[in-house]
Design a protein around this ligand. Structure first.
Ligand code: BDR
Ligand code: CA
Length: 319
């Protein structure tokens, strides 16, 4: 079987950049496009960062700019205390991007690509789900044509992991809860890689140092962009390193056997004090709402080993 064709829907973002470079080098996956979302930065910043990563690391795929506001029209302030002022860990970036996104907006690019590759395309969505919701609203038939959707977002309370931006909500779902409710209710094959598993895996400073030493230019870049991200995690109780969010979704797409899942429909609270909270019920509950796979446990040593092997691929010295 050939590599899976993947569109990466992303808000780069330190962990998004780490996941994108992992995806681009993973032999199991073939990156065919990048769509941007606001979140870790404004849509201008995340699109510039996506273009920068594409150009600097020769990814050779189109970048389509996504929605600049949630479905409800909310433009939230970027978490600069997590991802830096430029959403790329405050490493020096050119003021203006050296290239441009394609003319098509992200949701139309998604529709076109899903129709062009029926049942073959996987979308790995590691930001708010606004682009996918807009695509579904415009062309609901794409739900039956997508090969797979892997979502980094949500939290279902496994081992007490219930939220990161509020006690009951994860950032990507909280940022556009209505989009999440619509996307997770469509009849496409969805797997959710949420805080239940991403908070179970940590990349320590020693691990990042190994990547920097063995991973060439990419490894050194990962070290540079992640210093502020690690510092932020020290303020939320993690003494060494940071949680593995977006790269866990890419790891699932490479090898689902790293994770164990539960099946059942998922609903999202869209208003009130629990906005962004996600709940999974038993299969068949909630009428026609389709079942979704939710990751509940992860083999962290295997995941970290896979990430290191992929990032350091081709860098081995022949002494
Ligand atoms: C998610 O929110 C974003 O800040 C990260 O990039 C990740 O996708 C974690 O809650
Ligand atoms: Ca992200």
């Amino acid at each position: 079987m050939g590599a899976k064709k993947v569109i990466f829907d992303t808000d780069p973002g330190v962990d998004d950049a780490m996941a994108l470079l992992f995806l681009a080098r993973a032999p199991e996956l073939e990156l065919v496009g990048i769509t941007t979302a606001m979140g870790n930065g404004t849509i201008e910043a995340t699109t510039r960062n996506a273009l920068y990563l594409r150009d600097r690391f020769g990814l050779g795929v189109p970048v389509a700019r996504g929605a600049g506001a949630s479905l409800a029209g909310v433009v939230s302030a970027p978490p600069t205390f997590v991802h830096g002022q430029n959403a790329m860990g405050d490493v020096a970036l050119p003021e203006a991007p050296g290239s441009a996104p394609i003319a098509q907006p992200a949701h139309r690019f998604l529709i076109d690509m899903i129709k062009r590759h029926p049942h073959e395309l996987t979308v790995i969505a590691v930001a708010r789900l606004t682009n996918l919701a807009l695509a579904l609203r415009e062309a609901p038939e794409i739900a039956g044509l997508l090969g797979g959707l892997v979502v980094m977002g949500a939290a279902f309370g496994t081992h007490g992991h219930t939220g990161n931006v509020t006690p009951l909500a994860e950032a990507n779902i909280f940022g556009d809860p209505l989009a999440a409710e619509e996307v997770l209710g469509a009849a496409w094959p969805v797997t959710i890689v949420g805080l239940d598993v991403t908070h179970a895996s940590v990349m320590s400073d020693a691990y990042l140092r190994t990547l920097a030493a063995e991973g060439g230019e990419v490894g050194r870049f990962l070290w540079d962009i992640s210093r502020g991200y690690a510092a932020f995690h020290r303020t939320v109780g993690l003494d060494d390193g940071f949680y593995v969010h977006d790269s866990s979704a890419v790891a699932y797409a490479c090898d689902p056997t790293l994770f164990t899942t539960t099946a059942g429909p998922v609903r999202v609270v869209t208003e009130g004090f629990a906005t962004g909270h996600t709940i999974q019920s038993r299969p068949g509950a909630w009428g026609e709402r389709p079942s979704v796979d939710v990751c509940r446990a992860v083999d962290t040593p295997r995941l970290l080993d896979m990430y290191r092997r992929v990032i350091t691929r081709g860098q081995e010295t022949t002494a």
